[in-house]
Design a protein around this ligand. Structure first.
Ligand SMILES: NC(=O)c1ccc[n+]([C@@H]2O[C@H](COP(=O)([O-])OP(=O)(O)OC[C@H]3O[C@@H](n4cnc5c(N)ncnc54)[C@H](O)[C@@H]3O)[C@@H](O)[C@H]2O)c1
Ligand SMILES: [Zn+2]
Length: 366
């Protein structure tokens, strides 16, 4: 098992990465001096697979767990599901010292984390992420929240978990498309922070695509280390943490204009990262060889890298980028790469460059 600490003073916690961790969730929670009562929040794909194992492990360690299963998928990250979670916690008389276990992907982690941040003005929570994306990204760092009709993640809070348990074995049941989407965030860490890691990914990609356990353990641990380091330096995103949004300015807008249906988040940010690498080449002098390596690795991972937008779609994309909550005073700010491993945030990009960076004949939005 590998352990990465997120050093945030009194809010510090460990990320534990390895196999067989689901069966240890009870023992691991027992070290945290939490009260007996807890509620596992999961979704309807994950609960039938792993809910019982989590409940048994918690019960064996002396906890009294119950299970709440929300619908699966991004549309469940909404006010309606939030209300139903609150109602079920109230019906079960969850108390201030009780805790929540988020068992699932980023949707469950974000929503259950927001429930934990707000129910009774905050209860402790533990993340047990079961998608690659959640293990390397969303379960770490304390950003929790949900979507409104007007946009993604518009309601949220910072609420750090007490522990994150990444059981690599749970990834075996993840559909290949979801797994590839998680690789988009993995590759992002190489681009924004660690050129050596990017090179190792280029070499090790075939093993990673086979979900080879040692390769996966090393990669998940390195991603968690990078995220933990960035979050330690800037917990509430007043600066550095923005580098984690590389590829997301365009990626989020693509998700928004396609109604959150066409692309998985990881797919949208694969296109976004390739487009923002091209903008980096134009605006910040990213060597074109680096931009090519970036596009190539996403292609090899089986991710989309370009999309064809017609003129109305281009207009809607720019409008969606301006609605993003990271916009200040109407200016769209980008994270751009100077070279692989080194990015800078807060760069303005002329709007006229954006459509060409995204467009190609490869796929269209319908
Ligand atoms: N809080 C953050 O810092 C942060 C960072 C990045 C992304 N996010 C959020 O994360 C969400 C995306 O997360 P995601 O990609 O994990 O999506 P997800 O939670 O919807 O999971 C993807 C799908 O896989 C299923 N699934 C999960 N684990 C499985 C398993 N082990 N086996 C089989 N099926 C499984 C889920 O039921 C779902 O259908 C988005 O809402 C995004 O905004 C948050
Ligand atoms: Zn992301």
């Amino acid at each position: 098992m590998r352990i990465v600490n997120v050093a945030l003073g009194a809010r510090s916690y460990d990320l534990k990465i390895g196999t067989g961790l689901l069966a240890r969730v009870g023992r691991e929670c027992a070290r945290l001096a939490l009260s007996r009562r807890c509620v596992i929040i999961s979704d309807r794909n994950v609960a039938p697979r792993y809910g019982q194992a989590a409940q048994e492990a918690l019960a064996k360690a002396g906890f009294a767990p119950s299970l709440v299963a929300i619908p699966a998928g991004e549309t469940a990250k909404c006010l309606k599901t939030l209300k139903s979670c609150y109602d079920q916690l109230a019906a079960q008389r969850l108390e201030r010292k009780s805790f929540i276990v988020a068992l699932g992907g980023g949707v469950v982690g974000d929503l259950a984390g927001f429930v934990a941040a707000t129910y009774l003005r905050g209860v402790p929570f533990v993340q047990v992420p079961t998608t690659l994306l959640a293990q390397v990204d969303s379960s770490v760092g304390g950003k929790v929240g949900l979507n409104l009709t007007a946009g993604k993640n518009l309601v949220g809070a910072f609420h750090q978990p007490r522990l994150v348990l990444c059981d690599l074995e749970t990834l075996n049941s993840l559909p290949m498309r979801e797994y590839r989407a998680g690789l988009a965030e993995v590759i992002k860490y190489g681009i924004i922070y660690d050129a050596g890691f990017f090179r190792r990914l280029e070499r090790g990609l075939p093993m990673l695509l086979r979900r080879d356990p040692p390769a996966l353990a090393a990669v998940v641990a390195r991603c968690c280390e990078i995220k933990a380091e960035v979050v330690r330096q800037d917990e509430t995103e007043s600066g550095l943490r923005a580098i984690l949004n590389f590829g997301h300015t365009i990626g989020h807008a693509l998700e928004a204009i396609s109604g959150y249906g066409k692309f998985l988040h990881g797919e949208a940010i694969a296109i976004g990262q390739v487009a923002e690498a091209k903008l980096s080449a134009q605006v910040l002098g990213l060597p074109s060889r680096d931009a090519e390596r970036i596009e190539r690795i996403f292609q090899r991972a089986g991710l989309p890298t370009r999309v064809k937008l017609n003129t109305p779609q281009q207009r809607r994309l720019l409008a969606a980028m301006k609605l993003d909550k990271k916009v200040s005073a109407g200016e769209i700010k980008f994270v751009l790469a100077r070279r692989i491993g080194v990015v800078e945030f807060g760069h303005q990009v002329p709007a006229t460059l954006i459509p060409a960076a995204i467009n190609s004949q490869l796929s269209t939005i319908h």
